[in-house]
Design a protein around this ligand. Structure first.
Ligand SMILES: Cc1cc2nc3c(=O)[nH]c(=O)nc-3n(C[C@H](O)[C@H](O)[C@H](O)COP(=O)(O)OP(=O)(O)OC[C@H]3O[C@@H](n4cnc5c(N)ncnc54)[C@H](O)[C@@H]3O)c2cc1C
Length: 489
């Protein structure tokens, strides 16, 4: 057993954990970050990277006069009403108030953004995009953390919080060899362990049954931070609220292109400088590649007649009933399905306004884009025999299914998939106060314990693009200030 005693112990080296590490270190605190995976980054590292903010410098450059209050107000329009009704409006107003300052802080750490672009119902363009992609957050924060003397220990899974007379004083963690170590934190333990999109037991406990076969996009989103908070008596909020399940194409076996782009060093500087000069259309063309890596196929495909079939070429659900559809997909062989389009839908989804996937107002991907950029999930053939052979689907059943589903049986046919049902993220977390301190079931502070990012949402519904990362960074930045202030007092 080894012993360590940093001022602050941070659980998780994703976006919020690294932001917290840098912020704590900037305030003169010694920091140890424990990361369960071999690689740092978490969900933040595989995200698109959009960051939604009001009153940013980039907004000002576009002549936009915005305010945190208007931003908070517009956020009420994103989620379906029954989800939005669960929102903690005080917490969300706190987020919009502090987010612009976070962006300045990130820019000072050499993280570069372009935009903002519009995303209705936001009344002004607020969606900024990090370049070259979300990995830049991780790389730049890691560099900043290391410069400040922060130690980041990968392959270190925190399994237990140590509590003494109601005060969290440290944690136990397991290393890659299975050995247990103890860390004593002088001032604080910060839970920055992400969400529980891939913890079907936790989802079942709070959301109910039927989702057991649905995975999180990030297999490492196991909700351990939530369980740690719960184990010391935290009050849990909105644990049944999930972003998804929704259909997504299975991941490409190739590394997505933006992961290849440099995120630090001279090449990154040149690239970022060039990116700032790129005309919008070039930028949109590049960003289109992102739309075919993780974006989900639009429901409009089904509204216009496309159907879902399984490995046996059978239709198995009502495609327009999203709730049952997404669960039904998870019960098919390999938990997978395909989307079949006849000539009518092929023609439609080849041009505006009928796109297969989008990041609204940035770029739209059509059938030709999928054929070019995701040939692994896109087949086109003049006849069903071609589709059946290429996808290894039984021809007789495929023809029967097509006959009973489409009025126009002419080619070309397009088969998209496999698709799977995934939870993108989850919106539940321990309750926290404005200093990011975790609260117990009597709403009293659990001394020594803080939570940030997806572990510290405190009931916020962050349905618009770019709010989750913006909160991960904002809460990470602010927790450093809070812990340092408390230590000074
Ligand atoms: C495909 C995809 C695209 C997305 N795109 C965007 C986007 O463009 N904009 C946006 O705002 N949001 C986006 N999101 C959501 C957003 O990326 C996440 O909500 C956010 O980045 C979470 O940050 P975090 O720091 O809370 O968690 P993470 O970044 O997931 O970090 C948590 C870290 O904690 C580690 N950890 C967990 N448990 C332990 C433990 N017990 N001990 C030690 N370490 C532990 C994990 O391994 C992980 O590294 C996207 C999500 C997905 C899935």
């Amino acid at each position: 057993m080894t012993h360590n005693d940093p001022d602050v112990l941070i659980v998780g080296a994703g976006g919020s954990g690294l932001a917290a590490a840098v912020s704590c270190a900037q305030h003169g605190l010694s920091v140890l970050v424990l990361e369960a995976c071999a690689e740092i980054g978490g969900t933040t590292g595989i995200a698109v990277g959009s960051f939604t903010a009001s009153q940013s410098e980039l907004q000002r450059k576009q002549g936009i006069t915005d305010s945190p209050e208007q931003h908070a107000n517009d956020l009420t329009g994103f989620a379906p009403s029954q989800i939005e009704a669960r929102n903690n409006s005080t917490q969300r107003a706190f987020f919009t108030k502090h987010v612009a300052e976070t962006m300045n802080w990130l820019q000072a750490l050499k993280i570069k953004f372009v935009g903002p672009v519009a995303e209705p119902p936001n009344r002004y363009p607020r969606m900024h995009n990090v370049i070259p992609g979300a990995k830049a957050y991780i790389a730049r924060l890691q560099i900043a953390a290391q410069k400040q003397g922060v130690e980041i220990r990968p392959n270190s899974t925190v399994t237990k919080l140590i509590i003494n007379e109601g005060h969290v004083i440290g944690a136990e963690y397991q290393d890659a060899a299975g050995e247990i170590h103890l860390v004593r934190a002088q001032l604080a333990v910060v839970l920055a362990a992400g969400d529980y999109a891939n913890n079907s037991e936790l989802i079942k406990r709070f959301k109910g049954g039927g989702y057991e076969n649905i995975e999180g996009i990030n297999p490492h989103a196991t909700g351990l931070g939530h369980l740690l908070a719960e184990s010391v008596g935290a009050r849990m909020v909105n644990m049944d609220v999930t972003y998804g399940p929704e259909l997504r194409f299975i991941a490409t076996s190739q590394t997505p292109f933006q992961q290849w782009l440099p995120v630090s060093g001279p090449l990154a500087t040149i690239q970022n400088w060039i990116a700032g000069l790129l005309p919008d259309w070039v930028f949109r063309k590049l960003i289109k590649r992102l739309l075919v890596t993780w974006q989900h196929p639009e429901d409009a495909l089904f509204e216009h007649g496309a159907i879902l079939i399984n490995r046996h070429a059978e239709r198995f659900c009502d495609e327009l009933d999203t709730a049952t559809r997404n669960r039904a997909v998870s019960h098919q062989d390999d938990r997978q399905a395909y989307i079949l389009l006849s000539a009518d839908q092929v023609e439609k989804f080849s041009q505006w306004p009928h796109f297969i996937s989008t990041a609204p107002d940035i770029a739209y991907a059509y059938i030709d884009d999928y054929l070019r950029l995701r040939p692994d999930v896109t087949l086109k053939s003049e006849n069903l025999r071609g589709i059946s052979q290429a996808a290894n689907l039984p021809l007789t059943r495929l023809v029967e299914t097509a006959n009973s589903s489409f009025s126009n049986l002419n080619g070309p046919w397009v088969l998209l998939g496999p698709v799977k049902s995934y939870f993108t993220t989850t919106e539940g977390s321990p309750a926290i106060n404005e200093h990011m301190q975790v609260l117990n079931t009597k709403d009293r502070v659990i001394e020594g314990l803080y939570a940030v990012g997806q572990c510290g949402l405190n009931g916020m519904i962050l349905w618009s693009h770019g709010c989750h990362i913006a909160w991960a960074m904002t809460s990470g930045r602010l927790v450093g200030e809070s812990i340092a202030l408390k230590a000074r007092r």
